[in-house]
Design a protein around this ligand. Structure first.
Ligand SMILES: *[C@@H]1O[C@H](CO)[C@@H](O)[C@H](O)[C@H]1NC(C)=O
Ligand SMILES: *[C@@H]1O[C@H](CO)[C@@H](O)[C@H](O)[C@H]1NC(C)=O
Ligand SMILES: *[C@@H]1O[C@H](CO)[C@@H](O)[C@H](O)[C@H]1NC(C)=O
Ligand SMILES: *[C@@H]1O[C@H](CO)[C@@H](O)[C@H](O)[C@H]1NC(C)=O
Ligand SMILES: *[C@@H]1O[C@H](CO)[C@@H](O)[C@H](O)[C@H]1NC(C)=O
Ligand SMILES: *[C@@H]1O[C@H](CO)[C@@H](O)[C@H](O)[C@H]1NC(C)=O
Length: 427
């Protein structure tokens, strides 16, 4: 019997030749086609005609600030600006503060380093309001040169600069400037994003704490905002490092990197490739984070981070042991942000979307998706019922495109309605 079945199989496949079908294109379509959109309508609220934006912060008074990467290519006089209407940004706090008199780089030691100028902005990567309405800018001290690479920093250049928008200077001069020793921020460190908790019971000074993502040397820097003292945690552990051979897909295109200074095609290393997406939980107890070259999601308890390893020989181990892996993100993320309902918003450049993480269920869900969301970079929850975010086409910049700038102006600030408000810890 088995033999008979074998022969009939053979003869039926021979019959297939007789039934050969001729395909022709139809006008009809399959039942489901991706329309590229999901969730609330996305509004365009500001167009950037010149430079692609990075960071955005919309404060409780409605004042909005933005930062731009800058260096020699392309030339940009401004790295921090205030948005004054739908088309115009003005240098903040002044054009003078954005103009280091001796330039952005310094080659007097025989190699190119970032400027060590502490009193002017060099290349700011993030601007964030704290719970008292003050504006803070973090300067990497590492300008963009040769179309996409950053020379090492010189101490003094990388800094955290605070402006009190309500004091006598009306925010025109900083009330605080904090620099970092090289033991805390190495020359290849890259200050990427920052979150604040001003609760008085957290540090010795009682003036609150800042947590900073170092995407370049891969770690978290903690700062006592009163004393200016800083220390380093999670230094180059798996969770803060880039994943090796990470290949993001943008607008459907798998995207490697290559640039004038690093011409061999390689996997993602932008801004160091490490810990980049960064947000604080609504209760201040966790920092949520992900490296930019990764699809893995983590959180770490802030309590162990606040212990300075100089004061406690077990602090480094305890902080590392308080990292939790939360699973995959379903796509790489750039900026993260929290609202006061506890929701974590996650930008998702690979999917032209913003997702949410719900700490109650532990699940990541699609929140909003739109073809305009061409690399959502930084997210900011405002108190007007909207989540604001910049889109800057980062994967079309020269460092991802073998030295060619393929970005298409203008760039945009977008917003979508949300249920929550800003997280103001220690207000
Ligand atoms: C687009 O598709 C999504 C499902 O992916 C659906 O929720 C939405 O209503 C569709 N939008 C339009 C305009 O058809
Ligand atoms: C924005 O402000 C600039 C500078 O004051 C002004 O020239 C421009 O007309 C304004 N644009 C709009 C749309 O209000
Ligand atoms: C430039 O570098 C020299 C030594 O290498 C240093 O003395 C000087 O302060 C630096 N200037 C700036 C603006 O970085
Ligand atoms: C402070 O500066 C802002 C922006 O330039 C301006 O709108 C505001 O009127 C100023 N306030 C005072 C008290 O000078
Ligand atoms: C600090 O004080 C706040 C408000 O009272 C409280 O919720 C928090 O648990 C305290 N944190 C620490 C580390 O003691
Ligand atoms: C990358 O750029 C270099 C320099 O312009 C060029 O010679 C090379 O052909 C480019 N490679 C690809 C794969 O486009």
């Amino acid at each position: 019997m088995k033999k008979t079945a074998f022969f009939s199989l053979l003869s039926s496949s021979a019959v297939g030749v007789v039934n050969a079908v001729t395909f022709t294109p139809l006008d009809d379509k399959p039942g489901l086609i991706d329309n590229g959109t999901f969730g609330p309508a996305v509004e365009v609220v500001h167009l950037f005609e010149n430079q692609p934006p990075i960071g955005i912060t919309v404060g409780s008074t409605g004042r909005a600030f933005v930062n731009f990467n800058r260096g020699d290519l392309p030339t940009n006089p401004t790295t921090v600006a205030e948005i004054i209407n739908s088309t115009t940004e003005v240098p903040f706090p002044s054009l003078e503060f954005n103009t280091p008199p001796e330039g952005l780089t310094n080659s007097s030691s025989g190699r190119i380093l970032g400027s060590s100028d502490t009193n002017h902005f060099i290349n700011v990567q993030s601007v964030v309001h704290d719970a008292k309405g003050r504006l803070w800018a973090i300067d990497t001290g590492r300008p963009v040169i040769d179309g996409g690479d950053n020379p090492p920093a010189a101490p003094g250049g990388p800094k955290l600069v605070g402006f009190d928008l309500s004091d006598d200077s009306n925010g025109t001069t900083p009330f605080k400037t904090i620099t970092f020793p090289e033991t805390v921020l190495p020359a290849l460190g890259y200050l990427n994003d920052i979150r604040f908790d001003l609760s008085p019971n957290l540090t010795a000074s009682g003036e609150g704490v800042a947590y900073i993502a170092d995407s370049g040397a891969h770690g978290i820097i903690v700062v006592d905002l009163g004393t200016g003292e800083s220390w380093r945690h999670l230094d180059s552990i798996h969770a803060t490092n880039p994943v090796s051979q990470f290949l993001p897909t943008l607008f459907g295109a798998p995207t490697y990197q290559a640039s004038a200074r690093n011409p061999a095609f390689h996997w993602e290393t932008v801004a160091g490739g490490g810990i980049d997406g960064f947000a604080i939980s609504a209760n201040g107890k966790f920092i949520y984070f992900t490296p930019i070259a990764s699809r893995d999601f983590y959180r770490v308890e802030t309590g162990p981070l606040r212990v300075n390893p100089a004061d406690d020989p077990f602090a480094v181990i305890r902080a590392v042991q308080s990292v939790q892996y939360l699973g995959q993100l379903g796509g790489g993320a750039d900026g993260l942000e929290t609202d006061d309902t506890g929701t974590i918003y996650l930008s998702s450049p690979e999917h032209n979307s913003v997702n949410t993480f719900n700490p109650q269920t532990g699940m990541i869900e699609l929140f909003v998706r739109d073809p305009m969301i061409a690399w959502p970079d930084t997210l900011s929850v405002a108190n007007d019922g909207f989540l604001y975010f910049t889109v800057n086409q980062l994967w079309l910049s020269p460092v991802y495109q073998n030295g060619t700038d393929k970005r298409v102006k203008p760039f945009a600030l977008l917003r979508v309605p949300i249920k929550g408000g800003p997280v103001l810890l220690g207000a």
